[in-house]
Design a protein around this ligand. Sequence first.
Ligand SMILES: *[C@@H]1O[C@H](CO)[C@@H](O)[C@H](O)[C@H]1NC(C)=O
Ligand SMILES: *[C@@H]1O[C@H](CO)[C@@H](O)[C@H](O)[C@H]1NC(C)=O
Ligand SMILES: *[C@@H]1O[C@H](CO)[C@@H](O)[C@H](O)[C@H]1NC(C)=O
Ligand SMILES: *[C@@H]1O[C@H](CO)[C@@H](O)[C@H](O)[C@H]1NC(C)=O
Length: 354
Amino acid sequence: MHLSSIAALFSVLFLAILFSPIVVGTAIPGCLGDRDKDDRPRLNCTAAGFRQLPTGIEPTTKVLLFPRNFFTEMSWMSFTVFTEIYEIDLSENQIPALSPSGASPLPSLGVLRLGLNQLQTVPDHCFSGTPALTELHLQNNLISSLHDQSFSGLSKLEILDLSNNHIQTLPPLMMHPLTAIETLYLEGNKLKVVPDDWFSQKEYVPYLYLSDNPWACSCSLGYLRRYMDDYDLNVYVRDGPIIRVDAESVICDSPVSLQGQSVIKLEESDFCGSHPSGPEPMEVATRPRPTTSPTHSFAPDVNQSYNEFVTFYKSNIDNFAHFNATKFGNINNFSHYDTANFGNVDNFAHFKSN
Ligand SMILES: *[C@@H]1O[C@H](CO)[C@@H](O)[C@H](O)[C@H]1NC(C)=O
Ligand SMILES: *[C@@H]1O[C@H](CO)[C@@H](O)[C@H](O)[C@H]1NC(C)=O
Ligand SMILES: *[C@@H]1O[C@H](CO)[C@@H](O)[C@H](O)[C@H]1NC(C)=O
Ligand SMILES: *[C@@H]1O[C@H](CO)[C@@H](O)[C@H](O)[C@H]1NC(C)=O
């Protein structure tokens, strides 16, 4: 081979290596090592064909992203080597079941993403080994049953996404451990009723998503109807990253006579106690509906408004332009609060000036 063609071959090889899509900086082929927005060491192995955690990952890694791989189990044990693990993303894998995490605790885990797997249930005490979770994403699975203790120990959990599953009934005590819950996604399930006093442990859920369920508008829906009287401004729908208040998104599927009607637009007496020979209407049924704006108001309670703002800010950081400030009152009042809540302070400043 001619010398110059060998040189040309080498320069082609050199360029190929230089512009190879396999990024250097990690020993794991198919993975990219970098840092997340809070400067945590991260390994991103999106769609890299793994069936389990590869060996050789730096134990100081705090964020492990394995979406769109071929995991068939969630092995808590395999993550225990990462003693400072903060986030695990196993979305879009093939995990059929979860086992309780207690025997292999991950005490620093804050975010767990298991959407788009094949989970059918969430066993009691499943997350007892991960008490620091603030976000748990279980959407788009096949979950049909939950239990009173499915989320036991998650007293720091702020975001629980159970949307687009097959959930038919809500266990009466399921919310009790979730004393910090800010956002609960339940849309796209098979729910007919909310058990009486379901939200009672925390007075209300600031962001509640209930649309696209076959709500049964009979007396047993009375609790939800009364709850919505007080907290209709906390019932939301979302379209991608855009969210908006929409209490009318809770729609009766039965009985046929009420099908398609928004629960919030009905009096409780419309679906309960209207029988002439039936039981006395409940006291609340005779309560007049507010005709003007709902009694539940955000502006006077700065702390409530602030907490909601923080939740909103965290989950909508990329979409801040769509933020409607009205319900949060005077945002400048928030300046004396902990600004550490606002990761990207530039966005916050930009928002304030709007
Ligand atoms: C991880 O890498 C994929 C490409 O492999 C990219 O699309 C994705 O945005 C990355 N995730 C993060 C959180 O940077
Ligand atoms: C609101 O929160 C601040 C900061 O945590 C606290 O100092 C203040 O007492 C709270 N106010 C009310 C009315 O709860
Ligand atoms: C913002 O919210 C307030 C109160 O909920 C509402 O009156 C107003 O129309 C909203 N503005 C926009 C632009 O959606
Ligand atoms: C919030 O700001 C408004 C308008 O500046 C003011 O009237 C109100 O007293 C403030 N509330 C608190 C709790 O600081």
